[in-house]
Design a protein around this ligand. Structure first.
Ligand code: 3PY
Ligand code: MG
Length: 244
């Protein structure tokens, strides 16, 4: 079982489809970690355990993107056996401190003690707390967010950030103002020695963001990969141009 590392250059996978076979398949691909997305993915609480068990069987570290910044959501993901959590929509230092506290038992934090699965299948290391910077307010607060004690990494949600800034999500590779926002987040994280990651809608996005200074990348979801491959293969087999 590998411990979760998010630097210097780690490419992760992203699960949005329920099912232990999907988790096992993606977990076996060689990613540095796999994220189980409970915010926008179709993976509810009952599907979380089989996904984490399948990932554990592959030896790939697992993080859970919880649906919201809330102690019971964070505690449940960790109690199910996640190596860490990715907490969405965190806009300031106060919300960051709350997410970090939710990951740890007293006296360090406020997490309730209930080691059900952890009693027989503990993760490889202490829980990691990753917060998502995905609004203009969060970019402005990035230095304060990065300074929160106990935070393990920052992760950018590029689409929500573009929407918050009034930029078309499709312009994220070209817009100079958008790039400057990302550079500010990278500088804030790296200035504190923190890993800084970003969701990538394609391998090209990962290559682009590597040059911006990000240290870890979550590469397009299982659903996005499957849909893209289904359309590309249909187009290639049929000669149709209306499916991609
Ligand atoms: C975003 O792009 O906003 C995300 O949260 C990626 O998953
Ligand atoms: Mg988002």
């Amino acid at each position: 079982m590998r411990t979760l590392t998010l630097a210097p250059d780690v490419v992760g996978g992203w699960l949005q489809l329920p099912g232990s076979a999907v988790a096992e398949l993606v977990g076996s691909a060689g990613f540095g970690f796999v994220c189980v997305d409970q915010q926008h993915g179709l993976i509810g609480d009952d599907a979380l355990l089989p996904a984490l068990q399948a990932l554990r069987a592959t030896g790939t570290p697992a993080v859970v993107r919880v649906p919201l910044n809330e102690p019971s959501a964070i505690g449940r993901a960790l109690d199910h056996g996640a190596d860490g959590v990715i907490v969405p929509m965190v806009d300031d230092a106060e919300a960051t401190a709350a997410a970090v506290a939710a990951c740890h038992h007293p006296p360090r934090g406020v997490r309730s003690f209930g080691p059900t699965r952890l009693g027989w299948a503990p993760p490889a290391g202490p829980p990691r707390c990753v917060v998502m910077v995905e609004s203009v307010a969060a970019v402005d607060a990035a230095p304060a967010i990065a300074a929160v004690e106990g935070l393990d990494a920052i992760f950018v949600g590029p689409t929500d950030l573009a929407l918050s800034a009034g930029i078309a999500p499709s312009a994220q590779l070209d817009d100079p103002g958008y790039r400057r926002m990302l550079e500010r987040v990278v500088a804030a994280a790296r200035g504190r020695g923190l890993p800084v990651g970003i969701y990538c809608a394609s391998p090209e996005h990962a290559q682009h963001y590597r040059r911006t200074g990000f240290t870890f990348f979550a590469l397009m979801s299982d659903a996005a990969m499957l849909l893209a491959a289904a359309k590309a293969n249909l187009a290639a087999a049929s000669g149709r141009t209306d499916v991609v």
